[in-house]
Design a protein around this ligand. Sequence first.
Ligand code: FES
Ligand SMILES: [Fe+2]
Length: 464
Amino acid sequence: MTELNEKPETPAGQHTGAVGPGPLNGSMQTFLSEVQSDLAQGMLSPRVLNDPELHQAELEHIFNKCWVFVGHVSEIPNNGDYVLRYMGEDQFIMVRDEQGEIQLLLNSCMHRGSPVCRAEKGNSSHFRCPYHGWIYKNSGDWNGAPQRAKAYRKFDGADWGLRKAPQVDTYQGLIFACLDPDAVSLREYLGDMCWYLDVLLGLNEQGMTTVGDPHRWEVPSNWKSGADNFVGDAYHVIALHQSLEEIGVLGGDVAKGVGANFHVALDGGHGLIVTHMPMPEPLGYMGFPPEVHSTFDLKGLDENQRAFLDGDHGVVGFTIFPNLSFFRSFGATEPGKPPAVFTLLRQWQPKGPENFELWNWSLEWKSAPKEFNDAAYRAGVGSFGPSGIFEQDDTVAWAGGPPTGRSVFARKTMKFNYQMGMEGMGDYAIREDWMGPGTASTTPWGEMNQRRWWQQWSDRLMAQ
Ligand code: FES
Ligand SMILES: [Fe+2]
């Protein structure tokens, strides 16, 4: 029985290097080259919204390579606090270990792959696999197994800890993790987006905190439709959300409001929709009443960042490549009450090429009075959430992506149009006097941000 005495050839629980992002096959390379030449013409194949091969390539070349948002620091304030999170389709335990370090541990036992953590959230110093009882510390280290003295005498536990994200970092309370040990730092990955995160989330020392758990629900669409919408699509509001004006839920003229939008495109596929518009009465500075904005301390911001804040740029949405979006706006609270400004984080979690899970975190200012935060929460959930008045419109529209992407006839005969704002189309131009980093547009009537998001997507898939 040599088998029993055989020493494993690959210690440390590591694979041998045979698995991992591999080169794309020739037909995929050809397709992606076509995507890039199409984008230069303002077009995009519907295949991108439903293709199992592309989906697998995204998991390998995007979700295993990029910095991916996994949560907010306020969700795990104490050592031992954990929540379950996803990077691509892999489930991780996001846990603050006994040293206070944030770890992203793959929720797969090193023995047979069973999930070692079955609860969505909690506090624990250890995770014990239910199958055979292997135990891991909350740092991921292997800690023991039943009958160890009889079953694993020569076993080196140091080799058999849970697999973990090699890089984890935070910026303005947002936690990101990266599965590529050789990737650039989070600061470098976010690049100019840091400037905007400072003015949106870093307005005082106390910062923001999540309100409860993220709401999450399934959407029969491809995850990229959400990222594409929030990176630059102000245009759809005048059509898809028009009914909200008609039934009197949205105060004011929707077309006028949308006309006050413009784009800011950043390197790395990140992009923002910014609105230059005074907030409706009785909302004040950036939509914050005096008792809230008096708690802001802008000392850490530079002159241009302060000019941004003073410049009526209250409504802002963005996408950080690949799948984190953000929206701060004002929304209705309840009949007869004034609107309130809400702040949301939104994530488009892929579940195969035809479905995603939408995760929606409400944020509130720790320094703000409870009445303001309660009103902001109601406004946010009422606008975006499983029953949000905007959300119901958006997700139904996005559901058209997968059937079109799957259609043989559509793939043969059509390309999506991304030409808005291109040469000769209108007055969409580069704003020369923009005080922030990135390339800003003069109007919302263009699709620069979306084209750049898709360019980044195809660059990432083609990179070896
Ligand atoms: S699968 Fe976890 S102990 Fe066996
Ligand atoms: Fe929308």
